[in-house]
Design a protein around this ligand. Structure first.
Ligand code: NAP
Length: 469
Protein backbone atom coordinates (compact mmCIF):
# COMPACT_ATOMS: atom_id res chain seq x y z
CA UNK A 1 0.00 0.00 0.00
CA UNK A 2 1.03 3.64 -0.30
CA UNK A 3 1.18 6.16 2.55
CA UNK A 4 -1.12 9.19 2.71
CA UNK A 5 0.43 12.66 2.91
CA UNK A 6 -1.08 16.06 2.03
CA UNK A 7 -4.14 14.53 0.44
CA UNK A 8 -2.23 12.12 -1.83
CA UNK A 9 -1.31 8.44 -1.79
CA UNK A 10 2.48 8.51 -1.92
CA UNK A 11 4.99 5.84 -2.93
CA UNK A 12 8.75 5.78 -2.41
CA UNK A 13 11.64 3.97 -4.04
CA UNK A 14 12.59 2.49 -0.67
CA UNK A 15 9.97 0.19 0.82
CA UNK A 16 9.48 -2.00 3.90
CA UNK A 17 8.04 -5.52 3.75
CA UNK A 18 5.01 -6.34 5.87
CA UNK A 19 5.57 -9.97 6.84
CA UNK A 20 3.11 -12.63 8.01
CA UNK A 21 4.57 -13.59 11.41
CA UNK A 22 3.36 -17.18 11.06
CA UNK A 23 5.11 -18.20 7.85
CA UNK A 24 7.36 -15.26 6.96
CA UNK A 25 5.58 -14.60 3.65
CA UNK A 26 5.39 -11.00 2.43
CA UNK A 27 1.81 -9.73 2.80
CA UNK A 28 2.48 -6.34 1.19
CA UNK A 29 5.05 -3.56 1.09
CA UNK A 30 4.78 0.05 2.31
CA UNK A 31 6.96 3.11 1.64
CA UNK A 32 9.87 3.79 3.98
CA UNK A 33 9.05 7.39 4.90
CA UNK A 34 11.76 9.79 6.09
CA UNK A 35 11.95 12.99 8.13
CA UNK A 36 11.13 15.13 5.06
CA UNK A 37 7.89 13.15 4.61
CA UNK A 38 7.02 13.83 8.24
CA UNK A 39 7.66 17.57 7.81
CA UNK A 40 5.42 17.64 4.75
CA UNK A 41 2.69 15.72 6.60
CA UNK A 42 2.87 18.09 9.57
CA UNK A 43 2.66 21.20 7.35
CA UNK A 44 -0.36 19.72 5.61
CA UNK A 45 -1.92 18.68 8.96
CA UNK A 46 -1.57 22.27 10.16
CA UNK A 47 -3.83 23.35 7.29
CA UNK A 48 -6.11 20.37 7.97
CA UNK A 49 -6.44 21.40 11.62
CA UNK A 50 -7.83 24.79 10.57
CA UNK A 51 -10.41 23.10 8.34
CA UNK A 52 -11.44 20.75 11.15
CA UNK A 53 -11.70 23.50 13.76
CA UNK A 54 -14.00 25.48 11.46
CA UNK A 55 -16.27 22.50 10.78
CA UNK A 56 -19.49 22.15 12.80
CA UNK A 57 -19.64 19.40 15.41
CA UNK A 58 -22.55 17.84 13.56
CA UNK A 59 -20.59 17.67 10.34
CA UNK A 60 -17.70 16.00 12.21
CA UNK A 61 -20.19 13.53 13.70
CA UNK A 62 -21.58 12.72 10.24
CA UNK A 63 -18.17 12.07 8.68
CA UNK A 64 -16.98 9.89 11.56
CA UNK A 65 -20.26 8.00 11.52
CA UNK A 66 -19.93 7.42 7.78
CA UNK A 67 -16.46 6.02 8.42
CA UNK A 68 -17.97 3.63 10.98
CA UNK A 69 -20.54 2.49 8.39
CA UNK A 70 -17.76 1.85 5.86
CA UNK A 71 -15.86 -0.13 8.49
CA UNK A 72 -18.88 -2.39 8.89
CA UNK A 73 -18.99 -2.96 5.12
CA UNK A 74 -15.25 -3.80 5.09
CA UNK A 75 -15.14 -5.69 8.40
CA UNK A 76 -14.06 -9.05 6.94
CA UNK A 77 -11.14 -7.47 5.10
CA UNK A 78 -10.12 -5.50 8.21
CA UNK A 79 -10.21 -8.59 10.43
CA UNK A 80 -8.21 -10.66 7.95
CA UNK A 81 -5.67 -7.89 7.46
CA UNK A 82 -5.11 -7.73 11.23
CA UNK A 83 -4.49 -11.48 11.36
CA UNK A 84 -2.21 -11.50 8.32
CA UNK A 85 0.06 -8.70 9.51
CA UNK A 86 -0.11 -9.26 13.29
CA UNK A 87 -0.54 -13.02 13.69
CA UNK A 88 -3.47 -13.15 16.13
CA UNK A 89 -6.00 -15.88 15.38
CA UNK A 90 -8.78 -14.89 12.97
CA UNK A 91 -11.47 -14.87 15.68
CA UNK A 92 -9.36 -12.31 17.55
CA UNK A 93 -8.68 -10.36 14.35
CA UNK A 94 -12.41 -10.16 13.64
CA UNK A 95 -13.05 -9.30 17.28
CA UNK A 96 -10.59 -6.42 17.07
CA UNK A 97 -12.16 -5.15 13.84
CA UNK A 98 -15.62 -5.13 15.48
CA UNK A 99 -14.31 -3.34 18.56
CA UNK A 100 -12.54 -0.80 16.35
CA UNK A 101 -15.81 -0.09 14.56
CA UNK A 102 -17.48 0.46 17.92
CA UNK A 103 -14.66 2.80 18.97
CA UNK A 104 -15.36 4.92 15.90
CA UNK A 105 -19.13 4.93 16.61
CA UNK A 106 -18.39 6.08 20.18
CA UNK A 107 -16.07 8.77 18.83
CA UNK A 108 -18.74 10.05 16.45
CA UNK A 109 -21.12 10.45 19.41
CA UNK A 110 -18.49 12.34 21.39
CA UNK A 111 -18.22 14.92 18.59
CA UNK A 112 -21.68 16.11 19.72
CA UNK A 113 -20.79 16.28 23.41
CA UNK A 114 -18.01 18.84 23.71
CA UNK A 115 -19.12 20.93 26.65
CA UNK A 116 -17.65 23.41 29.09
CA UNK A 117 -18.93 24.62 32.45
CA UNK A 118 -20.35 27.83 33.84
CA UNK A 119 -18.68 29.35 36.88
CA UNK A 120 -20.25 31.52 39.56
CA UNK A 121 -17.40 34.01 39.79
CA UNK A 122 -19.19 35.94 42.52
CA UNK A 123 -17.82 33.25 44.82
CA UNK A 124 -14.45 35.01 44.54
CA UNK A 125 -13.82 38.09 46.71
CA UNK A 126 -13.21 40.15 43.54
CA UNK A 127 -15.85 38.45 41.39
CA UNK A 128 -19.09 40.37 42.07
CA UNK A 129 -21.01 41.03 38.85
CA UNK A 130 -18.84 38.77 36.72
CA UNK A 131 -19.95 35.72 34.78
CA UNK A 132 -17.65 32.99 33.59
CA UNK A 133 -17.67 29.91 31.39
CA UNK A 134 -15.18 27.57 29.77
CA UNK A 135 -14.81 26.69 26.12
CA UNK A 136 -13.22 23.47 24.93
CA UNK A 137 -11.13 23.92 21.79
CA UNK A 138 -9.12 21.44 19.73
CA UNK A 139 -5.34 21.18 20.29
CA UNK A 140 -4.61 21.47 16.55
CA UNK A 141 -2.29 18.85 15.07
CA UNK A 142 -2.40 15.53 16.97
CA UNK A 143 0.21 12.81 16.34
CA UNK A 144 -0.72 9.17 16.95
CA UNK A 145 2.20 6.76 17.37
CA UNK A 146 0.89 3.22 17.69
CA UNK A 147 2.12 -0.32 18.52
CA UNK A 148 1.87 -3.54 16.54
CA UNK A 149 -0.35 -5.58 18.82
CA UNK A 150 -3.76 -3.96 18.13
CA UNK A 151 -3.00 -2.38 14.76
CA UNK A 152 -6.55 -1.19 14.12
CA UNK A 153 -8.37 -0.59 17.40
CA UNK A 154 -5.55 1.32 19.07
CA UNK A 155 -5.27 3.54 15.99
CA UNK A 156 -9.05 4.11 16.16
CA UNK A 157 -8.72 5.10 19.84
CA UNK A 158 -6.59 8.03 18.67
CA UNK A 159 -8.03 8.91 15.24
CA UNK A 160 -11.70 8.88 16.33
CA UNK A 161 -11.38 11.18 19.37
CA UNK A 162 -8.88 13.51 17.63
CA UNK A 163 -11.27 14.13 14.74
CA UNK A 164 -14.33 14.28 17.02
CA UNK A 165 -12.63 17.06 18.97
CA UNK A 166 -11.89 19.02 15.78
CA UNK A 167 -8.18 18.25 15.37
CA UNK A 168 -6.26 16.93 12.41
CA UNK A 169 -4.28 13.73 12.90
CA UNK A 170 -0.98 12.23 11.75
CA UNK A 171 -0.71 8.46 12.21
CA UNK A 172 2.69 6.75 12.53
CA UNK A 173 1.73 3.06 12.67
CA UNK A 174 4.05 0.31 13.87
CA UNK A 175 6.32 -0.83 11.03
CA UNK A 176 5.34 -4.48 11.53
CA UNK A 177 1.63 -3.74 11.12
CA UNK A 178 0.95 -0.61 9.02
CA UNK A 179 -1.74 -2.03 6.72
CA UNK A 180 -4.68 -1.78 9.13
CA UNK A 181 -3.91 1.91 9.76
CA UNK A 182 -3.59 2.61 6.02
CA UNK A 183 -6.94 0.89 5.39
CA UNK A 184 -8.51 3.00 8.15
CA UNK A 185 -7.08 6.13 6.51
CA UNK A 186 -8.61 5.03 3.21
CA UNK A 187 -11.96 4.62 4.97
CA UNK A 188 -11.86 8.16 6.40
CA UNK A 189 -10.92 9.58 2.99
CA UNK A 190 -13.81 7.66 1.40
CA UNK A 191 -16.12 8.92 4.16
CA UNK A 192 -15.46 12.49 3.02
CA UNK A 193 -12.99 13.71 5.64
CA UNK A 194 -11.17 16.82 4.34
CA UNK A 195 -8.01 15.56 2.66
CA UNK A 196 -5.51 17.31 4.92
CA UNK A 197 -7.23 16.32 8.17
CA UNK A 198 -5.61 12.88 8.14
CA UNK A 199 -2.10 11.73 7.27
CA UNK A 200 -0.60 8.27 7.61
CA UNK A 201 3.19 8.08 7.31
CA UNK A 202 4.95 4.71 7.32
CA UNK A 203 8.61 4.39 8.26
CA UNK A 204 10.86 3.32 11.12
CA UNK A 205 10.01 4.97 14.43
CA UNK A 206 13.69 5.05 15.39
CA UNK A 207 14.40 7.10 12.24
CA UNK A 208 11.36 9.38 11.85
CA UNK A 209 10.02 9.41 15.43
CA UNK A 210 11.97 12.46 16.60
CA UNK A 211 10.83 14.47 13.56
CA UNK A 212 7.27 14.01 14.86
CA UNK A 213 7.91 14.35 18.60
CA UNK A 214 10.16 17.42 18.41
CA UNK A 215 8.11 19.45 15.88
CA UNK A 216 6.44 22.39 17.69
CA UNK A 217 3.56 22.39 15.17
CA UNK A 218 2.44 19.09 16.70
CA UNK A 219 0.43 20.17 19.75
CA UNK A 220 -0.45 16.75 21.16
CA UNK A 221 1.18 13.32 21.00
CA UNK A 222 -0.84 10.25 21.81
CA UNK A 223 1.55 7.31 22.12
CA UNK A 224 0.86 3.65 22.81
CA UNK A 225 3.88 1.38 23.05
CA UNK A 226 6.76 0.35 25.24
CA UNK A 227 7.87 2.18 28.37
CA UNK A 228 11.32 3.09 27.04
CA UNK A 229 10.12 4.53 23.73
CA UNK A 230 7.44 6.45 25.65
CA UNK A 231 10.03 7.96 27.95
CA UNK A 232 12.18 8.94 24.97
CA UNK A 233 9.22 10.64 23.27
CA UNK A 234 8.47 12.60 26.47
CA UNK A 235 12.08 13.79 26.58
CA UNK A 236 12.02 14.92 22.95
CA UNK A 237 8.48 16.36 22.96
CA UNK A 238 9.20 19.56 24.90
CA UNK A 239 6.20 21.79 25.54
CA UNK A 240 3.32 19.81 24.14
CA UNK A 241 0.58 17.65 25.60
CA UNK A 242 1.28 13.90 25.74
CA UNK A 243 -0.77 10.82 26.50
CA UNK A 244 1.30 7.72 27.26
CA UNK A 245 -0.24 4.23 27.14
CA UNK A 246 2.68 1.98 28.09
CA UNK A 247 3.38 -1.56 29.23
CA UNK A 248 2.86 -3.63 32.35
CA UNK A 249 3.38 -6.99 34.07
CA UNK A 250 -0.18 -7.37 35.31
CA UNK A 251 -0.81 -9.28 38.57
CA UNK A 252 -3.69 -11.67 39.29
CA UNK A 253 -4.42 -12.77 42.88
CA UNK A 254 -6.12 -16.07 43.71
CA UNK A 255 -7.56 -16.02 47.24
CA UNK A 256 -8.42 -19.30 49.07
CA UNK A 257 -12.19 -18.86 48.54
CA UNK A 258 -11.92 -18.48 44.74
CA UNK A 259 -13.77 -20.74 42.30
CA UNK A 260 -10.67 -22.43 40.84
CA UNK A 261 -12.30 -23.63 37.61
CA UNK A 262 -13.39 -20.05 36.89
CA UNK A 263 -9.92 -18.70 37.74
CA UNK A 264 -8.28 -21.29 35.50
CA UNK A 265 -10.53 -20.42 32.54
CA UNK A 266 -9.98 -16.69 33.04
CA UNK A 267 -6.21 -17.06 33.46
CA UNK A 268 -5.87 -19.14 30.29
CA UNK A 269 -7.95 -16.55 28.45
CA UNK A 270 -6.33 -13.39 29.79
CA UNK A 271 -2.74 -14.66 29.84
CA UNK A 272 -2.55 -16.11 26.35
CA UNK A 273 -4.87 -14.16 24.01
CA UNK A 274 -2.83 -12.75 21.10
CA UNK A 275 0.04 -15.00 22.29
CA UNK A 276 0.30 -12.89 25.44
CA UNK A 277 1.13 -9.77 23.42
CA UNK A 278 -1.39 -7.56 25.17
CA UNK A 279 -0.39 -4.72 27.50
CA UNK A 280 -2.76 -6.06 30.18
CA UNK A 281 -1.97 -9.79 29.78
CA UNK A 282 -1.99 -11.71 33.04
CA UNK A 283 1.70 -12.21 33.82
CA UNK A 284 2.24 -12.53 37.60
CA UNK A 285 -0.16 -14.90 39.37
CA UNK A 286 -0.15 -14.86 43.19
CA UNK A 287 -2.02 -17.89 44.51
CA UNK A 288 -2.87 -18.53 48.16
CA UNK A 289 -0.83 -21.32 49.79
CA UNK A 290 -4.12 -23.04 50.63
CA UNK A 291 -5.07 -23.56 46.96
CA UNK A 292 -1.67 -23.33 45.22
CA UNK A 293 -1.46 -26.95 44.05
CA UNK A 294 -5.15 -27.26 43.19
CA UNK A 295 -5.02 -24.04 41.16
CA UNK A 296 -2.05 -25.28 39.11
CA UNK A 297 -3.87 -28.59 38.54
CA UNK A 298 -6.90 -26.66 37.22
CA UNK A 299 -4.87 -24.25 35.08
CA UNK A 300 -2.59 -26.79 33.37
CA UNK A 301 -5.26 -28.50 31.19
CA UNK A 302 -6.87 -25.15 30.33
CA UNK A 303 -3.55 -23.87 28.97
CA UNK A 304 -2.66 -27.16 27.28
CA UNK A 305 -5.98 -26.93 25.39
CA UNK A 306 -4.67 -23.80 23.60
CA UNK A 307 -3.77 -25.35 20.24
CA UNK A 308 -1.14 -23.40 18.32
CA UNK A 309 -0.55 -23.00 14.60
CA UNK A 310 -1.68 -20.98 11.59
CA UNK A 311 -3.87 -18.15 12.91
CA UNK A 312 -6.09 -18.37 9.82
CA UNK A 313 -7.06 -21.95 10.79
CA UNK A 314 -10.31 -21.89 12.79
CA UNK A 315 -9.16 -24.75 15.09
CA UNK A 316 -6.12 -22.81 16.24
CA UNK A 317 -6.42 -20.91 19.52
CA UNK A 318 -3.02 -19.20 19.63
CA UNK A 319 -0.83 -17.91 16.81
CA UNK A 320 2.80 -16.80 16.57
CA UNK A 321 4.64 -13.93 18.23
CA UNK A 322 5.34 -10.90 16.06
CA UNK A 323 9.06 -11.50 15.49
CA UNK A 324 11.55 -14.35 16.07
CA UNK A 325 13.64 -12.10 18.37
CA UNK A 326 10.63 -11.61 20.65
CA UNK A 327 9.97 -15.35 20.85
CA UNK A 328 13.69 -15.87 21.59
CA UNK A 329 13.49 -13.27 24.38
CA UNK A 330 10.57 -15.11 26.02
CA UNK A 331 12.47 -18.41 25.70
CA UNK A 332 15.57 -16.86 27.31
CA UNK A 333 13.57 -15.37 30.20
CA UNK A 334 11.86 -18.72 30.83
CA UNK A 335 15.26 -20.42 30.88
CA UNK A 336 16.62 -17.77 33.26
CA UNK A 337 13.68 -18.38 35.62
CA UNK A 338 14.19 -22.15 35.50
CA UNK A 339 17.91 -21.69 36.16
CA UNK A 340 17.00 -19.64 39.24
CA UNK A 341 14.59 -22.17 40.77
CA UNK A 342 11.27 -21.88 38.90
CA UNK A 343 9.72 -25.00 37.36
CA UNK A 344 7.94 -25.45 34.03
CA UNK A 345 4.37 -26.72 34.52
CA UNK A 346 3.72 -26.80 30.79
CA UNK A 347 5.25 -25.32 27.62
CA UNK A 348 8.71 -23.77 27.64
CA UNK A 349 9.51 -24.70 24.03
CA UNK A 350 9.88 -22.54 20.90
CA UNK A 351 10.02 -23.00 17.15
CA UNK A 352 10.64 -19.82 15.13
CA UNK A 353 7.99 -17.27 16.12
CA UNK A 354 5.87 -19.91 17.87
CA UNK A 355 6.47 -20.01 21.62
CA UNK A 356 4.38 -22.64 23.40
CA UNK A 357 1.87 -21.38 25.99
CA UNK A 358 3.93 -21.64 29.16
CA UNK A 359 3.19 -21.82 32.90
CA UNK A 360 6.03 -21.42 35.39
CA UNK A 361 5.59 -22.26 39.09
CA UNK A 362 7.59 -21.07 42.11
CA UNK A 363 8.53 -17.81 40.43
CA UNK A 364 10.47 -15.26 42.52
CA UNK A 365 9.96 -11.48 42.16
CA UNK A 366 13.51 -10.80 40.95
CA UNK A 367 13.20 -13.15 37.93
CA UNK A 368 12.77 -11.32 34.60
CA UNK A 369 9.51 -13.20 33.93
CA UNK A 370 8.15 -11.39 36.98
CA UNK A 371 9.83 -7.98 37.29
CA UNK A 372 9.95 -7.06 33.58
CA UNK A 373 7.18 -7.02 30.94
CA UNK A 374 7.29 -10.40 29.19
CA UNK A 375 4.77 -9.53 26.44
CA UNK A 376 4.54 -13.13 25.33
CA UNK A 377 2.73 -16.42 26.06
CA UNK A 378 4.18 -17.19 29.50
CA UNK A 379 3.03 -16.50 33.04
CA UNK A 380 4.56 -17.20 36.42
CA UNK A 381 2.88 -18.36 39.63
CA UNK A 382 4.06 -17.50 43.14
CA UNK A 383 2.72 -18.33 46.62
CA UNK A 384 1.07 -15.85 48.99
CA UNK A 385 0.11 -16.17 52.67
CA UNK A 386 -2.61 -13.52 52.89
CA UNK A 387 -4.21 -10.48 51.24
CA UNK A 388 -1.66 -8.02 52.64
CA UNK A 389 1.25 -9.95 51.18
CA UNK A 390 -0.61 -10.38 47.88
CA UNK A 391 -1.20 -6.64 47.56
CA UNK A 392 2.40 -5.84 48.51
CA UNK A 393 3.66 -8.23 45.82
CA UNK A 394 1.22 -6.88 43.23
CA UNK A 395 2.52 -3.36 43.96
CA UNK A 396 6.18 -4.38 43.88
CA UNK A 397 6.70 -3.11 40.33
CA UNK A 398 7.19 0.17 38.49
CA UNK A 399 4.14 -0.68 36.33
CA UNK A 400 0.43 -0.26 37.13
CA UNK A 401 -1.93 -0.84 34.21
CA UNK A 402 -4.27 -3.67 35.19
CA UNK A 403 -4.69 -5.96 38.21
CA UNK A 404 -7.17 -8.69 39.12
CA UNK A 405 -8.37 -10.62 42.17
CA UNK A 406 -10.54 -13.71 42.53
CA UNK A 407 -12.42 -13.85 45.82
CA UNK A 408 -15.96 -13.97 47.20
CA UNK A 409 -14.90 -11.87 50.20
CA UNK A 410 -16.08 -8.28 49.78
CA UNK A 411 -13.56 -6.93 52.29
CA UNK A 412 -10.64 -8.47 50.41
CA UNK A 413 -12.01 -7.26 47.08
CA UNK A 414 -12.41 -3.68 48.31
CA UNK A 415 -9.04 -3.64 50.05
CA UNK A 416 -7.54 -4.77 46.75
CA UNK A 417 -9.41 -2.09 44.76
CA UNK A 418 -8.27 0.62 47.15
CA UNK A 419 -4.66 -0.40 47.71
CA UNK A 420 -3.46 -1.85 44.41
CA UNK A 421 -1.65 0.76 42.34
CA UNK A 422 -3.23 0.13 38.96
CA UNK A 423 -5.33 2.06 36.45
CA UNK A 424 -7.69 -0.89 35.88
CA UNK A 425 -8.93 -3.22 38.60
CA UNK A 426 -10.86 -6.44 37.93
CA UNK A 427 -12.73 -8.39 40.56
CA UNK A 428 -13.47 -12.01 39.59
CA UNK A 429 -12.02 -11.85 36.09
CA UNK A 430 -8.45 -11.76 34.76
CA UNK A 431 -6.44 -8.62 34.01
CA UNK A 432 -7.22 -8.53 30.32
CA UNK A 433 -10.65 -7.03 29.81
CA UNK A 434 -11.67 -3.74 28.30
CA UNK A 435 -14.84 -2.08 27.11
CA UNK A 436 -13.87 0.60 24.61
CA UNK A 437 -16.06 3.24 26.24
CA UNK A 438 -14.42 3.04 29.68
CA UNK A 439 -11.51 5.18 30.89
CA UNK A 440 -8.38 3.17 30.25
CA UNK A 441 -4.80 3.98 31.18
CA UNK A 442 -2.01 3.23 33.59
CA UNK A 443 -0.58 4.49 36.86
CA UNK A 444 3.13 4.73 37.67
CA UNK A 445 5.35 3.91 34.66
CA UNK A 446 2.45 2.34 32.74
CA UNK A 447 1.67 5.82 31.52
CA UNK A 448 -0.37 8.94 31.92
CA UNK A 449 -3.69 10.13 30.56
CA UNK A 450 -6.73 8.07 29.69
CA UNK A 451 -8.17 6.61 26.49
CA UNK A 452 -11.77 5.69 25.72
CA UNK A 453 -13.33 8.21 23.30
CA UNK A 454 -14.96 10.41 25.97
CA UNK A 455 -11.71 10.65 27.95
CA UNK A 456 -9.42 10.92 24.93
CA UNK A 457 -11.50 13.85 23.62
CA UNK A 458 -10.73 15.61 26.92
CA UNK A 459 -7.03 14.91 26.44
CA UNK A 460 -7.17 16.19 22.86
CA UNK A 461 -8.80 19.52 23.68
CA UNK A 462 -7.68 22.59 25.59
CA UNK A 463 -9.82 24.64 27.97
CA UNK A 464 -10.28 28.38 27.56
CA UNK A 465 -11.72 30.46 30.40
CA UNK A 466 -14.05 33.28 29.37
CA UNK A 467 -14.97 36.06 31.82
CA UNK A 468 -17.75 38.55 31.05
CA UNK A 469 -17.25 41.76 33.02
P1 NAP B 1 7.29 0.03 20.59
O1 NAP B 1 8.46 -0.72 20.13
O2 NAP B 1 7.46 0.99 21.71
O3 NAP B 1 6.69 0.78 19.30
C1 NAP B 1 5.54 1.55 19.36
C2 NAP B 1 5.56 2.60 18.28
O4 NAP B 1 6.60 3.53 18.55
C3 NAP B 1 5.83 2.03 16.89
O5 NAP B 1 5.07 2.73 15.95
C4 NAP B 1 7.31 2.35 16.71
O6 NAP B 1 7.71 2.44 15.36
C5 NAP B 1 7.39 3.69 17.38
N1 NAP B 1 8.73 4.14 17.74
C6 NAP B 1 9.85 3.38 17.92
N2 NAP B 1 10.89 4.18 18.25
C7 NAP B 1 10.43 5.46 18.28
C8 NAP B 1 11.01 6.73 18.55
N3 NAP B 1 12.29 6.86 18.88
N4 NAP B 1 10.23 7.82 18.47
C9 NAP B 1 8.92 7.72 18.16
N5 NAP B 1 8.31 6.54 17.88
C10 NAP B 1 9.05 5.43 17.95
O7 NAP B 1 6.11 -0.95 21.04
P2 NAP B 1 5.56 -2.25 20.30
O8 NAP B 1 6.57 -3.34 20.40
O9 NAP B 1 5.01 -1.90 18.98
O10 NAP B 1 4.32 -2.59 21.25
C11 NAP B 1 4.46 -3.29 22.45
C12 NAP B 1 4.44 -2.36 23.65
O11 NAP B 1 3.28 -1.54 23.63
C13 NAP B 1 4.35 -3.14 24.96
O12 NAP B 1 5.20 -2.54 25.91
C14 NAP B 1 2.89 -2.99 25.36
O13 NAP B 1 2.65 -3.14 26.72
C15 NAP B 1 2.61 -1.60 24.89
N6 NAP B 1 1.17 -1.40 24.73
C16 NAP B 1 0.49 -0.63 25.63
C17 NAP B 1 -0.89 -0.46 25.52
C18 NAP B 1 -1.67 0.39 26.47
O14 NAP B 1 -2.81 0.70 26.17
N7 NAP B 1 -1.12 0.79 27.60
C19 NAP B 1 -1.56 -1.10 24.48
C20 NAP B 1 -0.84 -1.87 23.58
C21 NAP B 1 0.51 -2.02 23.71
P3 NAP B 1 8.41 1.17 14.62
O15 NAP B 1 7.41 0.08 14.64
O16 NAP B 1 8.69 1.71 13.27
O17 NAP B 1 9.64 0.85 15.40
Amino acid sequence: MKMYIAGEWVDKAETMDVVNPYDGSVVDTVPRGDAADIDRAIDSAERGAKVMAAMSAHERYEIIHRAADLMLERLDDLGRTITLEEGKVLAEGMGEASRAQETIVLSAEEAKRLTGETLDLSGASNGAGKFGFTLRVPCGVVAAITPFNFPLNLVCHKVGPALAAGNSIIIKPASDTPLSALKLTEIFVDAGLPAEAIQCVTGSGGVIGDAISSNPKVRKISFTGSRDVGEHICQVAGLKKVTMELGSNAPLIVMPDADLEKVAAATANTGFANAGQVCISTQRVFASNEVYGDFIDALKPAVEALTTGNPLDSDVKMGPMIRVQDAERVEAWVQEAVGSGASVVTGGTREGTMHAPTILADVAPEMKVSCDEIFGPALGISRIDDIDQAIAMANDTNYGLSAAIFTENLNWALQFAQQVESGNIHINWGTQWRADLMPYGGLKESGMGKEGPKYAVEEMTETKMVVIH
